[in-house]
Design a protein around this ligand. Structure first.
Ligand code: ADP
Ligand code: MG
Length: 251
């Protein structure tokens, strides 16, 4: 279970407060969605959970199975099973995609990953996400198209087998066929890993129609101001955020 309790978070070395008394509980096997206007703090939330150095937790707690992860570094959090598909995946020149994934896998499992098994499962996974095999040997995200970056994040997800997954706008910039491929892979992952939980940040209900979330939450003023089901996302698509939050200033 991932639990965020009365969390206050700000940008480091500034007094810009982004999350204000934010609370959310995601039980194992559940799919939750966060929606909200641009700049409201959705990506900040995902990075604060992951332990990004640019953000500071001022108050509150983040717990995995009842244990606070605030004292943990990013890699320690990843070893506990946290995984973030970033909105803008980082480019790392000179580190090949496969080298990156294999190193992450062995670091997570604390043992060397068998090369033969690795190559075999990587080849299967890359086919599942419909990426060209030569992408394995290219520098991480270097020159990847928007869609290739997103599919590559899903490739990492499949290889690293995390338990708590955050997808930050995984659907942005994907064409309809790529969106289907990405959703099919996420859906299969959740089916094969029944105790995994998923937090999806998105602007569009389309991905939610595929993935069938348990809850949809609206983030505003640093906290969740409304929760519902898929119908809430459909309502926003039709009438905008102001209709559901009752605030005329929100576009
Ligand atoms: P969202 O993902 O909901 O669109 P973000 O979480 O990316 O929004 O950003 C929330 C607000 O915090 C924005 O005003 C953004 O400019 C600001 N912000 C986020 N990260 C930083 C940072 N590292 N430095 C300065 N401002 C930031
Ligand atoms: Mg964002």
């Amino acid at each position: 279970m991932l639990e965020i309790k009365n969390l206050y978070a700000s940008i480091k070395d500034s007094d810009k407060k982004i999350l204000k008394n934010f609370s959310l509980k995601i039980n194992d096997g559940e799919i939750h969605v966060i929606m909200g206007p641009n700049g409201v703090g959705k990506s900040t939330l995902s990075k604060v959970i992951m332990g990004h150095y640019s953000y500071e937790v001022n108050k509150g707690d983040i717990l995995l199975d009842g244990e606070s992860i605030l004292p943990l570094t990013v890699d320690e959090r990843a070893k506990k099973g946290l995984f973030l598909c970033m909105q803008d995946p980082t480019v790392i020149e000179g580190v090949s995609n496969s080298e990156f994934i294999r190193t992450a896998m062995s670091s997570k499992s604390q043992e060397k990953v068998n090369l033969y098994k690795f190559v075999k499962s990587m080849e299967e996974a890359i086919e599942d996400v419909s990426l060209d095999k030569n992408m394995l040997h290219r520098s991480l995200n270097m020159g990847f198209s928007g869609g290739e970056k997103k599919k590559n994040e899903i490739l990492q997800l499949k290889m690293l087998q995390p338990k708590y997954i955050i997808l930050d706008e995984i659907d942005s910039g994907l064409d309809i066929d790529s969106l289907r491929i990405v959703c099919r892979n996420i859906k299969k992952y959740m089916k094969d890993n029944k105790d995994s939980s998923l937090l999806i940040i998105t602007h569009y209900p389309r991905i939610l129609e595929y993935l069938k979330p348990d809850y949809v939450h609206i983030l505003k003023d640093g906290k969740i101001v409304k929760s519902g089901d898929l119908n809430l996302a459909l309502e926003i698509e039709k009438d905008g955020y102001s209709s559901v939050t009752g605030d005329d200033n929100v576009e």
